[in-house]
Design a binder for this molecule. Structure first.
Ligand SMILES: CC(C)(COP(=O)(O)OP(=O)(O)OC[C@H]1O[C@@H](n2cnc3c(N)ncnc32)[C@H](O)[C@@H]1OP(=O)(O)O)[C@@H](O)C(=O)NCCC(=O)NCCS
Length: 326
């Protein structure tokens, strides 16, 4: 049987940081941020709130929406994050313990597409019979690794988390394709140091996010186009079959370029970056849940996901929505 999404929950911290707030301590303006990115505000975690805390709240939301049985058969937990609490123990193991799961647990680091990479892992393992159900979380506290003096990055990112359960769905539903890719030659365009302080090309790294915005922009527009078309083709579908496009929420201009190439109307595109900014691995689950809450997703709809990020990496997937999800 195919694997697909069965349950979803999300969380964003309460604290809101608006463009005006940023302009009070950075040389920037609401007008610049809005026209270049589409972002109006973002959420910021409390001092003592980390990826684990946000992930717990997203799983609690999932339980609240779908009931305790949603986690009943979960035997793997994957947390995709670029801002883990620690190198080890991995955040997924803390989640396994917190929810009393009898499950394997690992974190996955693949830039913003990490949640889609993790879904691909989960779907493959469910289809291969290695796992029954997998809890796939994207959780980020980018505010803690942002250089708040760097206006070129500080205006972009936000904190949040999303959690989904992947398991068997009936024939004709679930994931129809995955496209995953990486090009490490672009690693210096978006980086943050851990143990080593230089990349193989000699680029020196610091302990805050560094980004070459123009490089990432060009790369993003290119891969959003190629990865989505490849995912649609691999799924055996045409562009016109896509009902809803749920892209990574990084920049409205990047989303618009992809929308145009796909020939979609704005009503078919989920956009919420004006409220949350770029929440990295949490961005697609946050957008998907919003689409579900707005009644935009119906049984049998083909959904298209795409993301890009540090690595450089990219991922796209086509998923046919199962309305009978637990
Ligand atoms: C970051 C980004 C919004 C910048 O937009 P841009 O149109 O490329 O702008 P540029 O970097 O060319 O900068 C234009 C000018 O605005 C300035 N600028 C940069 N950030 C600014 C800010 N927050 N406020 C005001 N001015 C700013 C620059 O210094 C530059 O000034 P200059 O012309 O005097 O040198 C855009 O490149 C982008 O979105 N890139 C992709 C980033 C991304 O998605 N990253 C996440 C990957 S997961």
């Amino acid at each position: 049987m195919p694997a697909g999404l069965l349950a979803l929950g999300t969380y964003v911290p309460e604290k809101v940081l608006t463009n005006e707030d940023l302009a009070s301590f950075l040389d920037t303006s609401d007008e610049w941020i809005t026209t270049r990115t589409g972002i109006k505000e973002r959420r910021i975690a409390e001092k003592n709130e980390y990826a684990y805390d946000l992930a717990v709240k997203a799983v609690e939301d999932l339980l609240h929406r779908h009931g305790e049985e949603a986690l009943a058969e979960v035997d793997q937990v994957v947390v995709a994050t670029n801002a883990p609490d620690a190198y080890f123990p991995n955040t997924a193991a803390l989640i396994q313990h917190r929810f009393g799961l009898k499950a394997a647990a690992y974190d996955l680091l693949a830039g913003c597409p990490g949640w889609l990479y993790a879904l691909a892992q989960a779907a493959g393992q469910v289809e291969a019979g290695i796992a029954r159900r997998v809890l796939v979380i994207g959780a980020e506290v980018l505010s803690k690794i942002t250089d708040w003096r760097d206006r070129s990055t500080a205006v972009l990112f936000g904190d949040g988390a999303g959690a989904a359960v992947v398991g068997q769905v009936p024939e004709g539903y679930g994931f129809r394709s995955f496209v995953l890719g990486a090009d490490g030659s672009g690693g210096s365009a978006l980086h943050l140091a851990a143990l080593a302080h230089s990349l193989p090309d000699g680029t020196r790294m610091g302990h805050k996010i560094y980004m070459n915005g123009r490089e990432v922009f060009k790369f993003a527009v290119r891969v959003m186009d190629t990865a989505t078309l490849e995912a649609i083709e691999k799924a055996g579908l045409e562009k016109r079959d896509i009902r809803l496009f749920v892209p990574h929420q990084a920049n409205l201009r990047i989303i618009d370029a992809a929308r145009e190439r796909l020939g979609l109307d704005w009503e078919q595109v989920v956009v919420n970056l004006h409220k949350y900014g770029n929440t990295s691995t949490a961005s697609i689950p946050l957008a998907l849940k919003e689409a579900l809450d707005r009644g935009l997703v119906k049984d049998g709809d083909h959904l298209l996901f795409v993301s890009f990020g540090a690595g450089l990496t990219w991922a796209a997937a086509v998923h046919t929505w199962y309305g009978g999800a637990a």
